[in-house]
Design a protein around this ligand. Structure first.
Ligand code: SF4
Ligand code: SF4
Length: 325
C-alpha cells in the first residue's frame, strides 16, 4: 500500500501511544505516532518527523493495521551529515577511519577494521552487518570459528543491508543495496549476525537466516552454559518473530533466563539516532535500563549491534548468542 492508503487507515485512536518510546519519555503528541501521522496528513512541518526512532513498535500496537513505516520513510530525508554517514556505512572497511571527534566520543566502543575471510567454494555467507563488523569483531570471529568447527566453508561479507537508508528516507538507495546483496548472495546460505538487518533483508525478499534461527533450523550442536541472563528483543526482529529463536537457543544451552520488564521496549539507540538526538535517546535508554534491571541481572543477550552499543552506554553488559559458543 502507498502513503495515502496508510494515512487513511489511521483513526487517531491513540492505542499506539504507550508503545512509542519517544512518546513515553516526552509525553508530547508531537513525538507520538498519532502526532506524526497527523502532521503528515495536514502537511505540517513537525520536529516529530525527525525524532521518530523507527522502531515500528507502533505498528504492532495498531488495531487498524497502519503500516507506519510506509508513512515515515516516505516523508523524511537525511541531512548532509546523515548522508555522509550512510555512504560510509556502505563501506565498513573505511568506516573506522572516519569515526572521529564528537561522534567517536558518543560511541562507547572503538571501531576497528572488519575481519576478512573466505574459503574456496564457500557455502555460507556470514553477514555481520556494518556495525557488528567494526564494533564487535570478537563476535564475528567466534561465529566464524563455530561454523568452521562444524565443517562449513564460509565467506565473510562486510557490507550494509540498507536498513539505515530506509530509516532515513533514502528509499531508492536502500532498494539498490538490497539488489546488490541479492546478486552477491545468489545460491549461498546467508547467516546474519544483526537481527534487525536480518529482518530488513527478509522483508525485502532475501533468503537470510538470523544466526539463532540458523542454529535452530539446522539443529546445530550447542554447549551447555550455566549462566543467568536476561534478553533484549530487537525491534525490527520482533516484527518478524525472530526473537523466539534466541530464546530457544538459550533454553537449549540451559541458560537461566531472567525476564526483564517489556524485553521488546526500544533500547534507545535507534540505529544512528543516538548520535543525532541525544536528549531523547538518553531518556529512552534510562527507561530501558530500569526495565532491564528488573530482571535482577546486568548481562543482556542482544543480537543486534546498535542495541548492544546502547546497553554499553547504559553501563550494562550485552552479549551475543555467538559470544556464548
Ligand atoms: S496509528 Fe493506529 S493505533 Fe495509532 S492512532 Fe492511528 S489507528 Fe490508532
Ligand atoms: S516507529 Fe517507534 S518511535 Fe517512531 S512513532 Fe513508531 S513507536 Fe514511535
Amino acid at each position: 500500500m502507498g502513503l495515502e492508503e496508510e494515512l487513511k487507515k489511521c483513526v487517531h485512536c491513540g492505542f499506539c501511544l504507550e508503545a512509542c518510546p519517544t512518546y513515553v519519555v516526552t509525553r508530547s503528541e508531537v513525538h507520538s505516532p498519532r502526532g506524526r501521522i497527523t502532521a503528515v496528513k495536514l502537511n505540517i512541518l513537525s520536529e516529530g518527523i525527525n525524532t521518530c526512532m523507527y522502531c515500528r513498535r507502533c505498528e504492532l500496537a495498531c488495531p487498524s493495521g497502519v503500516i507506519y513505516s510506509e508513512i515515515i520513510t516516505r516523508v523524511r530525508k537525511p541531512n548532509t551529515i546523515q548522508k555522509v554517514m550512510l555512504r560510509l556505512l556502505e563501506r565498513p572497511h573505511i568506516l573506522p577511519y572516519f569515526i572521529r571527534g564528537e561522534y567517536a566520543k558518543k560511541i562507547p566502543v572503538k571501531a576497528e577494521k572488519p575481519i576478512e575471510y573466505r574459503d574456496n567454494n564457500e557455502e555460507i555467507i556470514l553477514f555481520p552487518g556494518c556495525i557488528t563488523s567494526i564494533f564487535f569483531k570478537e563476535t564475528v570471529q567466534k561465529t566464524l570459528n563455530y561454523l568452521k568447527s562444524l565443517g562449513y566453508r564460509v565467506k565473510i561479507y562486510n557490507g550494509c543491508c540498507g536498513l539505515a537508508h530506509k530509516n532515513a528516507g533514502e528509499l531508492n538507495r536502500s532498494k539498490e543495496l538490497i539488489e546488490k546483496l541479492r546478486k552477491e548472495f545468489h545460491g549461498r546460505t546467508i547467516v546474519s549476525l544483526s537481527s534487525n538487518c536480518s529482518a530488513h533483508m527478509k522483508e525485502n525478499g532475501l533468503e537470510v537466516y538470523d544466526f539463532p534461527e540458523f542454529i535452530i533450523k539446522f539443529n546445530l550442536p550447542l554447549p551447555k552454559v550455566e549462566r543467568r541472563l536476561t534478553i533484549h528483543e530487537p525491534c525490527h526482529a520482533n516484527i518478524l518473530g525472530l526473537n523466539k529463536y534466541t530464546r530457544e537457543v538459550l533454553s537449549k544451552m540451559g541458560v537461566e533466563i531472567s525476564e526483564s520488564e517489556e524485553p521488546s521496549f526500544e533500547c534507545g539507540a535507534g540505529g544512528d539516532y543516538f548520535l543525532f538526538h541525544e536528549e531523547i535517546s538518553e531518556k529512552v535508554m534510562q527507561v530501558k535500563k530500569e526495565k532491564t534491571l528488573k530482571s535482577g541481572v546486568n548481562t543482556v543477550v542482544s543480537t543486534n549491534p546498535s542495541c548492544s552499543l546502547a546497553f554499553i552506554k547504559m553501563g550494562l553488559k550485552p552479549i551475543h548468542i555467538a559470544d556464548l559458543l
